[in-house]
Design a protein around this ligand. Structure first.
Ligand code: NAG
Ligand code: NAG
Length: 590
């Protein structure tokens, strides 16, 4: 039985099923332990589940599709025709059978992850039901994303993937009543609303087939589309809720971070794929055309600056560049758009490849370490008077780049990029291990080596680097020159890359890395009710100092990635799904 080995024909599937049936009887190769996973529904598209018997749909109090767009284009850009099936490579590694011992270890780990998720979900249900976020220390609740139950919507697909069917049904019934005609805040954040809510609804629909989820996704998609009701068709960063309802032409902000307009494409393209209505894809496509035209004319050709102006369609002015927050998902979506559209629009391949080359050349560096580890970390780049300078600051947020390089390397048949992805992933895993809590700080610095091939430890040089930094502290591990922001706020990016590299390469050690990370995270962030952001991971303490806050991405992303690392590789296969930047899997249409 080879799992995740490309696309199987009908005949191959029949043969494989017979083989599986045989194995089930005559050998002790196990992929699932029925007792522990009785309720785990592996056949995600089972017909009986495609009904909405449990839910009654309640329409939102305002119909966002009724908003008249003043400058809507006469002709909409339609979804492009995909390339032929064999023009797109498969990306997942061809996994061999696991031994009974491997299966036992893996299933025990999977079970632990699932238990922790269940405990968190029970607390959200008890203390924060229908609210955006649980307060994990006090057992309170808060709304910070318009009050549409962000954690609930963000968790739907994780519930489904973990086979928590009763909890899923109960959550869907709640989703069916969400009112997108009201918001707890007067301004709606386009980026967060798109990646968390719209992404969450569509992925849950893709997995479960529940029609009510698509209806709510369309209601919300029309709200987001109202954010494009502007003079030049570019999106606003924040939607003025009441003005948008009135159909006013909205004012595009002077300056926004580039990830904000640059991270709408995957979700809006998928909404067009699901509905057949081209207007969503058209809106996103116009934005990405602006990015495309600017890419080679920036201060650092191939990359876009942190700050851009959609109002003036100026994406070239500015000398500060990062792979971390403010830019991350803009880059992440380039290869993912190529995969979701199945190569249909060549500009994503061009943008992705051009960017990867620039990223490799300017942003990635090998840190100088006492153990001589051959790893890479992502930094920032500043361009002054035409000269590009590396700023060796690594953010936890930037840890997604390992997975991005890996996925792009597979999609574009570039083994060197897969290798870079592996070294970047090792870089973040190293940063977790290096600190006494087993957790990586939110932001840190190391001393870069000039060469990636030879990087001997030089203690004097390191001392010079660290003494040049006011933030250095005596207790930091050797090799680190700062832990500027010493928190760990339940972020997923490091385990995300471990998940990608595991599914893409099947390399030994990755599951053990994931398990070490899981234990450190689960233990270090545990509260009475759930898990919380911690304030300082650079010093051991029991318990660690905490913040009464649990972001919805903890359940949507972090625990999902941990779970998927220990799942059979055909669960959310990367050949069938593209995950958005909030870890919501979109089914690639065939
Ligand atoms: C940008 O430059 C790359 C070569 O570095 C090229 O392949 C690509 O087509 C250029 N993009 C545009 C929009 O001209
Ligand atoms: C759990 O965390 C505490 C506090 O950091 C630490 O003292 C303890 O050793 C950890 N336990 C495990 C099993 O890692």
């Amino acid at each position: 039985m080879h799992l995740g080995c490309g696309r199987a024909s009908r005949r191959e599937i029949v043969v494989a099923l017979l083989v599986i049936a045989g194995l089930w009887h005559f050998s002790d190769v196990i992929w699932f332990e029925p007792t522990e996973f009785e309720r785990l529904e592996r056949w995600m598209n089972h017909d009986a589940l495609r009904s909405d018997v449990y839910t009654t749909y309640t329409q939102s109090s305002f119909d966002w599709s009724s908003v008249r767009h003043s400058n809507r284009p006469k002709v909409l850009t339609a979804l492009p025709k995909p390339l032929s099936d064999d023009a797109m490579p498969t990306v997942q590694h061809c996994f061999e059978n696991e031994t009974p011992d491997e299966a036992r270890v893996r299933i025990a780990r999977l079970t632990e992850v699932r238990r922790l998720f269940q405990a968190n979900w029970a607390s959200y249900r008890r203390f924060a039901w229908g609210k955006d976020a649980l307060m994990p220390v006090s057992g309170g609740a808060i709304d910070q994303f318009s009050g549409w139950a962000a954690t609930l919507v963000d968790s739907l697909d994780t519930l489904w993937i973990m086979g928590l069917r009763e909890e899923f049904d109960e959550a869907v019934a709640e989703v069916a009543r969400i009112d997108f005609g009201r918001s707890t805040s007067p301004r709606v954040n386009m980026f967060e609303t798109t990646i968390r809510y719209l992404g969450g609804l569509m992925a849950a629909y893709d997995l479960s087939g529940r029609g009510v989820l698509l209806r709510k996704a369309v209601e919300l998609g029309d709200l987001i589309y109202a954010g494009f009701n502007t003079e030049n068709g570019m999106p606003v960063d924040f939607i003025d809720f009441e003005a948008a309802k009135r159909g006013d032409v909205l004012q595009v902000e002077e300056r926004v971070v580039s990830a904000s307009p640059g991270t709408l494409s995957l979700e809006l393209a998928h909404l067009s794929q699901l509905t057949g209505d081209a207007k969503y894809y058209d809106a996103a496509s116009r934005v990405m055309d602006v990015f495309y035209r600017a890419q080679n004319s920036t201060e650092l050709p191939g990359a876009w600056p942190i700050w851009v102006s959609m109002k003036h369609q100026d994406l070239t002015t500015g000398g500060a560049f990062t792979l971390g927050g403010s830019q991350d998902s803009l880059y992440e979506y380039l290869p993912k758009m190529h995969q979701l559209l199945r190569g249909g629009d060549g500009k994503y391949e061009t943008m992705a490849k051009t960017f990867l080359e620039t990223a490799d050349k300017y942003f990635l560096f090998r840190p100088m370490l006492p153990g001589g580890e051959d790893i890479l970390l992502p930094g920032n780049v500043n361009v002054l008077d035409g000269g590009a300078e590396l700023d060796p600051e690594t953010e936890h947020l930037a840890c997604f780049v390992g997975g991005m390089f890996g996925l792009a390397g597979k999609l574009f048949d570039s083994p060197a990029d897969v290798e870079r992805g592996a070294k970047l992933t090792s870089g973040c895993v190293f940063a977790y291990r290096a600190f006494p809590t087993g957790l990586m700080p939110e932001r840190l610095d190391t001393a870069p080596c000039a060469s990636r091939s030879r990087c001997p430890w030089n203690e004097v040089l390191w001392m010079q680097e660290r003494d040049a930094r006011a933030e250095w502290q005596r207790h930091l591990p050797l090799g680190f020159t700062t832990a500027k922001d010493p928190r760990y706020i339940l972020r997923p990016e490091a385990i995300e890359s471990v998940f990608y590299m595991w599914r893409l390469t099947g390399r030994a050690g990755l599951q053990d890395d994931a398990w070490d990370m899981f234990r450190a995270v689960a233990n270090g962030t545990r509260t009475e009710h759930a898990n919380a952001a911690v304030l300082d991971v650079t010093r051991k303490a029991d318990p660690l100092p905490m913040e009464d806050y649990m972001e919805s991405f903890w359940l949507a992303e972090t625990l999902k990635y941990f779970y998927l690392v220990f799942s059979p590789p055909d669960v959310i296969s990367l050949d069938d799904f593209v995950l958005n930047t909030e870890a919501h899997p979109f089914k690639i249409p065939r």
